[in-house]
Write a protein that binds this ligand. Structure first.
Ligand SMILES: NC(=O)c1ccc[n+]([C@@H]2O[C@H](COP(=O)([O-])OP(=O)(O)OC[C@H]3O[C@@H](n4cnc5c(N)ncnc54)[C@H](O)[C@@H]3O)[C@@H](O)[C@H]2O)c1
Length: 401
């Protein structure tokens, strides 16, 4: 099949490399720098190997472009663009909108249009289809479907091939063609009765994580106040073989999904007249964790962090990846600065962040571990400061969350 993938980021590039094993793939992105690198066979995404891109390029199965006209004869178009929150933490469909415009203005025949970007139930039916119809000069009978992406960057045991994939079309024919497409590189396809079910399931998967992370972060605060070890408590609860799933306390949630997607569900719930109270409260608890941690650190250090040299260790949102999107380290740095601390950060995996380079892991008054990469030695962290606070549970000998 001739396939266009709109957006060549984490999701789009991952799909492109899998699809290019069996199809002719055009990877469309607005970012010229990314496109130039991809056409030289250089991956900018962890988990996508440059050698896989090079192989697809040499077989003539892949090309990246910023030119919308190159998608003109695509039979399948996959949308994989960002779906962030706006300044009021409401869904921002600007990127989806611009993707719809590119698709509508360039397709010269009917295609199957699949959305993989995470959004609220009704997005493919009430937003993407009408937008493409609005911008199309020629009227084609496009088919529409949803197949939410479940990629977990940095994960090796689950990938596009073995992660079960939900899908549903707006029509039975769209559903069938979506199955035909994904079955060429995914072993486990799960058909649901409507696109709205697939869209809602994706949001609920991440809301489930967000709410449980908030709950365990609240337990960490309760346990500290009661003088109980929260991690031992969780390990103890985890011995129950049924009805319990262990989540671990942390400095908060990060990445493109968990801090964002639940607010898409809350927004659509509100529109339907239901208040998403759990989601709102979970957001508050998770977003407040950095302030709680900063206040614990101040308390342990004579009641004030003023003038203290504090090093935030690990600014990626999770271990062993360089992704800093929505990282709780950002809020923690702000919270520590608000208390008058002089804050620097160390993260050899991230390297440079906000135009600054990673600081040495040494010579500070206080170190606080937000993310513990395998490449960073616990002993080095413990040696870096007389007081080390660990939010990860991985640095034994440090003060624990
Ligand atoms: N990253 C993940 O782990 C993950 C997992 C599951 C679902 N998702 C969802 O997938 C979607 C994409 O996320 P991502 O992580 O791949 O984002 P990303 O930021 O890594 O990549 C998005 C790419 O889209 C490009 N882009 C933006 N607007 C465009 C347009 N109009 N046309 C073409 N390209 C455009 C950007 O330049 C960027 O390269 C989001 O809805 C996200 O919530 C992400």
């Amino acid at each position: 099949m001739r396939v266009a993938i709109i957006g060549q980021g984490y999701v789009g590039l991952t799909i492109s490399t899998f699809a290019a094993k069996n199809h002719k793939v055009v990877g469309f992105d607005l970012n010229q720098v990314i496109v130039d690198a991809l056409n030289k066979g250089i991956s900018h995404i962890e988990g996508v190997l440059s050698q896989d891109i090079k192989q697809s390029l040499s077989l003539g199965n892949y090309m990246a472009t910023t030119d919308g006209a190159m998608i003109n004869d695509s039979e399948v178009v996959v949308i994989a663009v960002p779906t962030p929150l706006d300044d009021n933490r409401k869904p921002d469909l600007t990127y989806i909108h611009s993707a719809c415009k590119v698709i509508a203005e360039n397709l010269t025949g009917p295609a199957l249009i699949i959305n993989e970007s995470t959004s609220f139930p009704g997005t493919i039916r009430n937003y993407i289809k009408p937008a493409i119809e609005k911008y199309s000069k020629q009227k084609f009978d496009h088919m529409y479907a949803i197949s939410p992406e479940r990629v977990d960057p940095g994960r090796e045991d689950y990938n596009q091939k073995n992660t079960p994939r939900l899908y549903a079309g707006l029509t039975p024919e769209a559903t069938k063609r979506t199955r035909d497409f994904y079955s060429t590189f995914c072993d486990n396809l799960v058909e649901v009765s409507s696109p709205e079910v697939a869209e809602a399931a994706k949001l609920f998967e991440n809301t489930f994580r967000q709410v449980n992370i908030a709950l365990v972060n609240e337990l960490a605060q309760i346990s500290h106040a009661l003088g109980i070890d929260v991690r031992e408590t969780l390990d103890a609860a985890g011995t129950k073989p049924y009805g319990f799933m262990k989540f671990s306390p942390s400095a908060g949630v990060g990445g493109h999904c968990i801090p964002v997607d639940p607010s898409y569900l809350a927004a659509v719930a509100e529109k339907a007249g239901v208040e998403a109270t759990f989601i709102k409260r979970a957001n508050e608890v998770n977003l407040d964790m950095p302030k709680y941690i900063a206040s614990r650190i101040a308390k342990d250090n004579g009641g004030s962090a003023k003038g203290k040299k504090v090093l935030v260790v690990g600014v990626a949102y999770k271990p062993n990846v360089a992704d800093t999107r929505e990282t709780p380290a950002e809020l923690l740095i702000d919270a520590l600065k608000d208390l008058g601390a002089v804050v620097t950060w160390n993260d050899p995996v991230v390297g440079s962040w906000h135009g600054n380079e990673s600081s040495p892991l040494a010579g500070v008054d206080i170190a606080v571990v937000v993310t513990k990469h395998d490449a960073v030695d616990s002993e080095d962290i413990l040696q870096s400061a007389p007081y080390v606070f660990d939010t990860t549970g991985k640095v034994k000998g440090a003060v624990q969350l």
